[in-house]
Design a protein around this ligand. Sequence first.
Ligand code: PGA
Length: 252
Amino acid sequence: MREKIVAGNWKMNTSIREGKQLVLDIIDRIGKLPSGVTLIVAPPFTHLCPVARLIGDRKTPGLAAQNCADKESGAFTGEVSASMLASVPCGYVILGHSERRAYYGETNEILLEKIKLVLASGLRPVFCVGEILEERESNMHFQVVSSQLREVLCQLEPAGFAQVIVAYEPVWAIGTGKTATSEQAQEMHAFIRSFLAETFGEQAESTPILYGGSCKPSNAADIFSQPDVDGGLIGGASLKADDFLAIAGSFA
Ligand code: PGA
């Protein structure tokens, strides 16, 4: 049985006060979730410590950062290292989100450095892959996703790879209201798993692969019903506790 995970990527939203309230609302209603579902919240850096205090010893929700530095420590003004995140304590770091790739020039090379530091700090990476619309329309989507996987994940040692959570996020579906169909999601998720199996064999069977891109309560059950979809990375809908929990409650 693979882990089922629903992660909320808050992006650059909420004040600390609003963020704390959102987490309190989630904690309040978490008991109603189907067992075996891991919830993760990924607030902005400034919110991590106060949110970690609210979560306390609870196993869920887990806490994720949305990014980290590609260097270990030193004179890198404005950066936050993986080991600093581990000291919060955070459990996860989202890496390679398409917004980071598109607006901040994050390449697969940089992401490989980041993922190694994340793993060395004992954190689990949520590694995002996905194609833009033109790439899908020109039938390049498998090629794009396979190079993202080959140049980053396939470079890891098996022990590091065992910690990885993959998120397939077609860029054309992020924040657009346009979701991939469950068939498109399944097709890509199965492709990702078999591609990873070429390097990691059986291990790829236990890698959680999340879908992201305009996932909401009305479409989550359909997408999550697919055999290779192990949950979701949720943007907009993770900012409302009801919607986020409804999505997390959508596993059959
Ligand atoms: P969305 O974002 O759910 O708002 O489309 C998903 C993401 O960017 O992780």
